[in-house]
Structure formats: structure tokens, C-alpha cells
Design a protein around this ligand. Structure first.
Ligand SMILES: *Cc1c(COP(=O)(O)O)cnc(C)c1O
Length: 402
């Protein structure tokens, strides 16, 4: 079987998302990766078991699979493609983005250690930090999403900096090289959840970040039809993560991996569309008389506009804004939308809308919500792949109904 991959190092994300780093043999010469719905993989002879186990102990792979919690063929192929797109040595796939986040933290945390998180971070990650880390003897600080605030929060026992960029919902862009510099000087591991950026718009590994995480449920899967997560980085770090992943059973199933690999085939085209649509809608909203304020890093009005333009290729299709008025006006607008589904998530083919406080922060006290910026008239859009003219028309007609 030929492995025609001599030019792979020059391939662009759209090509890598389809071919990985080159051609690998596939069962029955199938073009797509066949789905193997099996929980275990048999050996032909008793001796083969011993040979396999001995080789495994020496770090050699003489055959890929033995038990489905340890991996399946569609998973391996999808990991290979994700690593190629990200420019990482290795990827480890998980059954959800949160499984990737939590198992990365749990793999690298130390008793008596300290983790820094940024305030504008994914709700479940924040809740894990607040409610569970203490049980493992880990301390944490939740700080403003800036490199300066992170540097100030470093203590002698800090061993992980966990950031997101851009953050959600305010799309704060962090100065990743500045954070990496501080972290390397203090020998602190850097983990970045770059779900909102995707490897199409930013390459944190090239900037020196140790572990990149994506919720593949979002742009990587791209069709609002699967749950998965991925960690990417060096072989050494990913080997540690893989041991934890297979032990915990946070392995994605073969069908999920098939859908994710299929989604990746259009990754480049979809991101190009998301970047263009996001910009067009953000500009329309900013100029609209019924909108108070818009957060989208390509807009000059965004606090991290300059940094974002330097660091990122585009900003995807999540846009946050304040509707003029309060809860009532905001809901009139949301209910009048025809194309946008009221649901969380982002990065899929259908456009989605959420009133942030009610969807994701309902069970927090009003005071706490206001503190973290979850005001009544804050709306987040996640544009899908519909024609952008239709989306703009829909948004305008809904704003007219207020
Ligand atoms: C959705 C999301 C997650 C969690 O991913 P799941 O696949 O839903 O578990 C984590 N971080 C960010 C930034 C997300 O958007």
C-alpha cells in the first residue's frame, strides 16, 4: 500500500481535514473509514496474545485494536486528521468536550497544586473549578481574561493555566504568546480551550501552548448532530491523557467518530462561510438602531480588536449583543426570529439563538449573574450555514417586531 504523503507538510487545513497527513491503508479499500461496531477484537492464536502484550509493554504497536474502550478504527483515523489540522503530534478524542476538559485537568493536576481559570469561561468548566477541584486538594483562582491578570495570579504552587480564547459569550481574545512566556518561565502547563476559534482561525500549538482542547460538538463536527471532544499536543502529554481517557471510558463511539470525520471533510469551507457570515451580521447589528452594543472581535469597538486581528484568521459565527430595552424587548425579538432555533451550542448548520442568563445561568442568583455580565438583554447568536442574506433579513424583521 503506497503512502503518498511527501507534500503533506504544505497542505492547508481543508486538505488535511480530508486526507490527514497522507494515505493510510483502509479495510476493503473503502474510501470512507468503515464503522466497526464491535466491543472487542479477536486474536487468531493464543501465542498472538502474548506477542501483542509483550510488544505493547515495549511501546510497539503490532496490531491496532483489542477492546473498544481503548479505541476504534474511526476514532484513530479522526484523531490522525485532527492532529494534522491542528499541527499537533497527537490527538486524543473523547465522548464530549467536557470529558476532554475535565480529564485534561484531572490528568495534570497535583494534590496541593493551584489552577488559574479565566472568568469568562464555559459554565461547566467554571462549576468544576468552584465545586469539585477542592475535593482533590486543588486550589484555584478565577481571574479576568487577560495575560496580566493571569500573571498576577500565579502562585508558587500553580501548575496549570487553563484559558479559553476567544471566550464565551464576550469573545475576549487572550494574548496567548504573553501567557505562554509567563507560564514557561514558571514551569506551568498551559491548556487552552479553543473551541470558538477552531484550528482554522488560530494555532495555539505554534504559539507554544501545551494542550489545546476543542468541543468537537461545535465547529469540528459542524452539523448539530454529535457530541465529542478532543485534546491535542505532544506525544508525551497525549500518552498521559490517553491512559486516563481509556481508563475512564470517555471513549467516543464508532458512529460518533464517523460523523465527526465526515464533518471534517467540509471543515475548511464551513469555517470560511462562518467567518464571512459572522462579520456581515456583526456589522449589520452594530449599525442597527435597536441594538445597544455588539461583541465581535473583528469590530473596532471590541476590547480585543487589535489583538484578535494579529492573532486570528477570522472570528467564526458567534456574536453577542445587547438588545435596547430589557427582558421583555429581548424576548419579543427572540420569539419573532424564524430561522434561529432557541437552543444552546454553536458551530452547526442550523442558526441558534440564546438569551444567555435564562439558558445557561438561570440557577445562579441575580447578583452573581450581573457580576459575570449575564444581563437580561444579552443575546448570543451562533450562525449556521444558511445564506447570510436570509439570516440578516430574519434578524432585521425580528428587531422590527420589538
Ligand atoms: C460546548 C463547549 C464545551 C463543552 O463541550 P461539550 O461537547 O458540550 O461537552 C467546552 N468549552 C467550550 C468553549 C464550549 O463551547
Amino acid at each position: 500500500m503506497s503512502n503518498k504523503n511527501t507534500n503533506a507538510k504544505n497542505w492547508k487545513p481543508s486538505t488535511l481535514a480530508i486526507h490527514g497527513n497522507g494515505r493510510l491503508p483502509k479495510a476493503h479499500h473503502a474510501v470512507s473509514t468503515p464503522i466497526m461496531h464491535t466491543s472487542n477484537y479477536y486474536f487468531d492464536t493464543a501465542d498472538e496474545v502474548e506477542d501483542f502484550m509483550r510488544a505493547k509493554g515495549q511501546g510497539k504497536v503490532i496490531r491496532e485494536h483489542e477492546y473498544a474502550r481503548y479505541g476504534n478504527p474511526t476514532q484513530i483515523e479522526t484523531e490522525r486528521k485532527l492532529a494534522a489540522i491542528e499541527g499537533a503530534e497527537r490527538a486524543v478524542l473523547y465522548s464530549s468536550g467536557m470529558a476532554a476538559v475535565l480529564l485534561a485537568i484531572m490528568t495534570f493536576m497535583k494534590p496541593g497544586g493551584h489552577i488559574i481559570f479565566t472568568s469568562d469561561c464555559y459554565r461547566q468548566t467554571r462549576d468544576f473549578a468552584i465545586n469539585f477541584l477542592g475535593k482533590f486538594g486543588m486550589d484555584n483562582s478565577i481571574v479576568d481574561p487577560t495575560a496580566e491578570a493571569i500573571e498576577k495570579a500565579i502562585k508558587p504552587n500553580t501548575n496549570i493555566i487553563f484559558t479559553e480564547s476567544p471566550t464565551n459569550p464576550y469573545l475576549r481574545v487572550l494574548d496567548i504568546p504573553a501567557i505562554v512566556k509567563v507560564a514557561k518561565a514558571k514551569k506551568v502547563l498551559t491548556i487552552i480551550d479553543a473551541t470558538l476559534a477552531t484550528p482554522y482561525n488560530i494555532k495555539p500549538i505554534e504559539m507554544g501552548v501545551d494542550v489545546v482542547i476543542h468541543s468537537a460538538t461545535k465547529y469540528l463536527g459542524g452539523h448539530n448532530d454529535l457530541m465529542a471532544g478532543v485534546c491535542l499536543g505532544s506525544n508525551a502529554l497525549m500518552t498521559d491523557l490517553y491512559k486516563m481517557q481509556r481508563m475512564m471510558g470517555a471513549t467516543p463511539g464508532p458512529l460518533t467518530c464517523f460523523l465527526l470525520e465526515r464533518g471534517l471533510k467540509t471543515f475548511g469551507m464551513r469555517m470560511e462561510h462562518h467567518n464571512k457570515a459572522g462579520l456581515a451580521v456583526a456589522q449589520m447589528l452594530e449599525a442597527h438602531p435597536k441594538i445597544e452594543k455588539v461583541w465581535y472581535p473583528a469590530l473596532k469597538s471590541h476590547p480585543d480588536h487589535k489583538l484578535g486581528m494579529e492573532q486570528m484568521k477570522g472570528f467564526g459565527s458567534v456574536i453577542s449583543f445587547l438588545v435596547k430595552g430589557g427582558n421583555k424587548e429581548t424576548r419579543q425579538f427572540i420569539d419573532a426570529l424564524e430561522l434561529f432555533l432557541i437552543t444552546p451550542s454553536l458551530g452547526g448548520s442550523e442558526s441558534l439563538v440564546t438569551q444567555m442568563w435564562a439558558m445557561s445561568f438561570f440557577d445562579y442568583s441575580e447578583e452573581y449573574r450581573k457580576n459575570i455580565g449575564m444581563v437580561d438583554n444579552l443575546v448570543r447568536l451562533a450562525l449556521g450555514l444558511e445564506d447570510v442574506d436570509d439570516l440578516i433579513f430574519d434578524l432585521k424583521q425580528a428587531l422590527d417586531k420589538i
